[in-house]
Design a protein around this ligand. Structure first.
Ligand code: AHR
Length: 327
């Protein structure tokens, strides 16, 4: 039920890896933006959540965090959509939320560009929009607030580790995240600035779309083009692509972390088990996002940006943290 009260609109041991780290619901499922919100009482806040998809372990943890926070017990009716990493499908899901007349819309934007029109439509319909995880290039006037991570700093942390570790000429390939996404853009920029002046040479860079299969197939291409001896280092924008690269390196008869070093970002459980020194990208954004939605719907003024701090783990700290790791 619509309640319109808007007033104030806010990584190197054996394996030598750096990991810089990154819904109760009416579940619309992958690509289903058309689910109807269940009828709720006057106090229930109906929220449409446009998730990117289910591309990574990080994303699964983020979805779980959102679903847990936007529960019935917490006063929400959640209409969930995962767009399978398709920007057009995600915009369509947001339009569907507008047509359904939800109380608020939360978006984890797949890409940074192209949001102006649909956000203006939400604004015209007086439905507040809250961004979580990734940022966009559209004017801040078109959304209430954003909660997420400092992707540039994650890239810088991974780059600083690389610059300190590789003091001899080093040939690096990059597995980029989804083209046009904020984490792919910012992690590239942060890393590149941190390795400036170092002997690390970027010989190739392609997108693996943040997926394990994508990372594996791009790495197979790099290995066939440059050979095992032609690549010293892989920088992967997330764990899933790093894990795919490990599969490809092993299939080529080489030893990941010895013959070819790997730096990655996220610090999800599988990544931490396979990898060594870690900088995290925290996916547990649900609670803060739910708090912001409640405040915005109540007409309170909120901060325009909330950055959730990431942790860094060396090998020993990663081993100690694994048993209690929540994602
Ligand atoms: O936006 C956060 C990034 O999205 C995570 O680092 C990656 O695993 C996910 O797909």
């Amino acid at each position: 039920m619509r309640k319109r009260m808007l007033a104030g609109f806010a990584v190197a041991g054996t394996l030598a890896l750096a990991l810089a780290g990154c819904s109760t619901s009416t579940d619309g499922g992958e690509g289903d933006g058309g689910a109807e919100p269940a009828a709720g009482g006057d106090d229930v806040i109906t929220v449409g959540f446009a998730q990117t998809g289910s591309e990574s372990g990080w994303r699964s943890a983020n979805t779980e965090s959102m679903k847990a926070a936007f529960s019935e017990e917490n006063g929400f009716e959640l209409v969930f959509n995962a767009a399978d990493n398709d920007p057009a499908a995600q915009i369509q899901a947001v339009r569907s939320f507008i047509n359904q007349g939800v109380d608020a819309i939360v978006i984890a934007p797949i890409v940074e560009d192209g949001w102006e029109d649909v956000l203006q439509e939400a604004k015209d319909a007086e439905i507040p929009v809250i961004l979580e995880d990734r940022t966009i290039t559209a004017s801040e006037d078109l959304y209430e607030t954003w909660v997420g991570l400092d992707f540039k700093k994650e890239g810088e942390t991974a780059g600083q580790w690389a610059a300190e570790t590789f003091t001899e000429p080093t040939k690096m390939v990059v597995l980029e995240g989804t083209t046009g996404s904020a984490p792919a853009n910012d992690r590239a920029e942060g890393f590149d600035s941190a390795i400036e002046g170092s002997p690390i040479e970027k010989i190739d860079s392609q997108t693996g779309d943040f997926t394990r299969d994508g990372g594996k197939s791009v790495m197979e291409g790099f290995l066939s083009k440059y050979g095992v001896d032609g690549i010293d280092l892989v920088y992967a924008h997330n764990d899933d692509m790093a894990l795919g690269a490990i599969d490809a390196i092993e299939a080529a008869g080489a030893v990941p972390g010895e013959d070819i070093k790997i730096i990655s970002i996220d610090a999800v459980h599988d990544g931490m088990q396979a990898l060594a020194d870690i900088v995290e990208c925290n996916p547990l954004l649900g609670e803060k996002a739910a708090e912001l939605v409640k405040a915005v719907v109540a007409g309170e003024t909120v901060e325009k940006r909330t950055i959730v701090e990431d942790e860094a783990f060396d090998q020993e700290a990663a081993k100690a943290a694994l048993p209690d790791r929540k994602y």
